[in-house]
Design a protein around this ligand. Structure first.
Ligand code: ATP
Ligand code: LTN
Length: 326
């Protein structure tokens, strides 16, 4: 039997090249080697307010982006988290074995809570729901970007604690990070992770940005006061541009060095911009085709939920049995 893989993205903003290079690109690469479930985690998105109509549209948009990136729905299950009730059910059971101190230490919680006037309990519980997503399907591997590594460690801790208290129940999952592109930084501020929820106009390249906008954002990217690339002393802005190029084209470190060493920043930016434009063009064409057939998307999401539901129900049954629930 193939090892199960589970991962997901929140339908909470415009997917950007960080989401693609950190996660989605790898999902496409590994989908034939594992039994994969790719989720649109709408219950996570509502940990901060989402306008209901926009959220409903975003869920479909993310599903279409998964398909446009090359996820094959005949091979992998694509599903919406809230369409399988077991996610929320298992999350409650896991909440009861999770010390609140573990949750208060999460850096994403601290950062997001600092931005809210009033902090909803869902924001604190967020990583427990994420653990439930993964443990529900007994996933062995979770491919994510680096910012999720701490949540994955917590998922392992929760699984181990449950297994110790109630007996072996859950597979303890491994985190899988890409070697290049695990943490793409903001183009306007290379000290901040590129993020869907950041506000700057030139912060991120969204996967559906038109070519002119992509070029403009990359040409304005923050670099440093040197005139040209020195691979041995490059600052974070230049390293980020190089990482974007390398993650898209798959070159080795040696190929990168021989091509870019000594190149003027203006030329580096032009080359990065053209690489991103050329990689996103076929992607955007496929996206256009997919959304022109709305019935097609709905059928895929229904099929995805139907395929995974029996696995989820079996884990809930086992968890209840272990805990002595009815
Ligand atoms: P937000 O900033 O609104 O929390 P996000 O941009 O971090 O959103 P998520 O839906 O939380 O997006 O992440 C989806 C996937 O993309 C996760 O696997 C995450 O690790 C990855 N990811 C997010 N941002 C980056 C980034 N800057 N570089 C690499 N991977 C990233
Ligand atoms: N928290 C993740 C999204 C997410 C996820 C998951 C990722 C929710 N459940 C399960 C992997 C596995 C994020 O990227 N912000």
């Amino acid at each position: 039997m193939k090892t199960r893989v589970f991962s997901g993205m929140q339908p909470s903003g415009n997917l950007h090249i960080g989401n693609y290079l950190g996660a989605l690109k790898n999902w496409v690469r590994i989908q034939h080697d594992y039994d994969c479930i790719f989720c649109i985690v709408d219950l996570h998105a509502v940990t901060v307010y989402q306008e209901p109509r926009e959220l409903r549209a975003k869920i479909r948009e993310i599903a279409a982006l998964y398909l446009a990136a090359g996820i094959d729905p005949k091979v992998s299950a694509i599903m919406v988290q809230s369409s399988v009730a077991a996610h929320a059910e298992l999350a409650w059971m896991l909440t009861c074995v999770t010390p609140v101190g573990w949750l208060e230490r999460m850096t994403q919680y601290k950062a997001k809570a600092a931005k809210q006037e009033s902090v909803g309990d869902g924001l604190l519980q967020y990583p427990v729901l994420m653990a439930a997503d993964i443990l529900l399907y007994q996933a062995g591997i979770v491919p994510v970007g680096e910012d999720q590594a701490q949540h994955l460690e917590l998922t392992r801790d929760i699984a181990q604690r449950f297994n110790t208290l109630y007996g072996e129940t859950f597979v303890v999952p491994e985190t899988s990070l890409p070697t290049v592109g695990a943490r793409i930084m903001g183009l306007d501020d290379p000290m901040q992770k590129m993020s869907k929820s950041a506000s700057g106009a030139h912060h991120a390249v969204a996967l559906l940005d038109p070519p002119d906008r992509i070029r403009k954002t990359i040409m304005r990217a923050t670099t440093d006061s040197q005139p040209s690339v020195d691979m041995d002393s490059a600052g974070p802005g230049v390293l980020n541009l190089l990482a974007i190029y390398q993650a898209f084209c798959g070159w080795s470190d040696e190929q990168m060095r021989s091509h870019f060493q000594g190149m003027r920043y203006g030329d580096l930016k032009k080359q990065v911009a053209e690489m991103v434009v050329s990689q996103l063009e076929p992607f955007q064409q496929r996206y256009g085709q997919i959304v022109s057939e709305p019935g097609y998307l709905d059928a895929i999401l229904r099929d995805g939920a139907a395929r995974v539901a029996p696995v989820a129900e079996e884990t809930v049954r086992l968890t209840k049995e272990r805990m002595g629930l009815f």
